[in-house]
Write a protein that binds this ligand. Structure first.
Ligand code: PGA
Length: 258
């Protein structure tokens, strides 16, 4: 069964100690939800900073059937003289099953090119055992000119170049319009649905992916999650700011079950 994904991207927030406190609250709440049949179609994903992956894994292990771990980034080489970088084997060793690739903050603040993102996607599939959460999305200037479809199609085309013609078990695309990230201005649900449907059709007609999930990111909160999740092509969300508070994120998980 294709599960919806409700993912928390902590970005550069929270120490190991903070994570412990966070899960004390979150775990208490999730116990109330986990036996509900409506919850069976949901997977919760946490992407803490690298420094907390192993600690987070230790804490979520009892909930492993429905809480999974993701890294916020990876490097495409397996090992070597790459100061400051983290390999796929390193994140797998800390219990990750997902890796966020090409987040717009990586692209815009740290200068990650489409080609670097493509190398990362290629490495993820060659290494095996990790499913990429590939982030794409246009800025406001492009949206104002109605160029979002062309722009995202180009991002997808370059990032997924290495898997053209290959049969892939699972891929997650996070559609995150840059103008919606951290701004408090989320996409309107029907505009989100239109873009997700566009991405879905594009991937389905150009790639061989068994399980494709397209999640939305950008100012998701307790007040807009339900309206987003009603849309048929929105298979979940990637939550930044509102995931930092365990009670708020728990409510997002709860309200996502529509
Ligand atoms: P936001 O971030 O929820 O704070 O807008 C989303 C993201 O960057 O993944």
């Amino acid at each position: 069964m294709k599960k919806n994904i409700i993912a928390a991207n902590f970005k550069m927030n929270k120490t190991n100690k903070d994570i412990e406190g966070y899960f004390d609250i979150f775990a208490r709440n999730i116990n109330e939800l986990k036996n509900k049949s409506s919850f069976a179609g949901t997977e919760i994903v946490f992407a803490p900073p690298f420094t907390s992956l192993c600690e987070a894994y230790r804490i979520i292990k009892p909930f492993e059937s429905f809480i999974k771990l993701s890294s916020q980034n990876i490097y495409y080489e397996q090992s070597g003289a790459y100061t400051g970088e983290i390999s796929l084997d390193m994140i797998k060793n800390c219990g990750c099953v997902y890796a966020i690739v090409g987040h717009s903050e990586r692209r815009n603040i740290f200068g990650e090119s489409d080609e670097l993102v493509a190398n990362k996607v290629s490495a993820v599939y060659n290494n095996g055992g990790i499913i990429p959460i590939l982030c794409v999305g246009e800025n406001l200037e492009i949206r104002n000119k109605n160029g979002q479809e062309k722009f995202v199609e180009n991002q997808l085309n370059i990032a997924l170049n290495s898997i053209k013609g290959k049969n892939i078990t699972s891929l997650i695309i996070a559609y995150e319009p840059i103008w919606a990230i951290g701004t408090g201005i989320p996409i309107k649900p029907d505009d989100g649905e239109a873009m997700h449907r566009f991405i879905y059709d594009y991937i389905k007609s150009n790639f061989l992916i068994d399980e494709l999930r397209i999640i939305y990111g950008g100012s998701v909160t307790e007040s807009n999650i339900s309206a987003l999740m009603i849309e048929p092509h929105i298979d979940g969300v990637l939550v930044g700011g509102a995931s930092l508070d365990p009670a708020a994120f728990f409510n997002i998980v709860k309200l996502s079950i529509v």
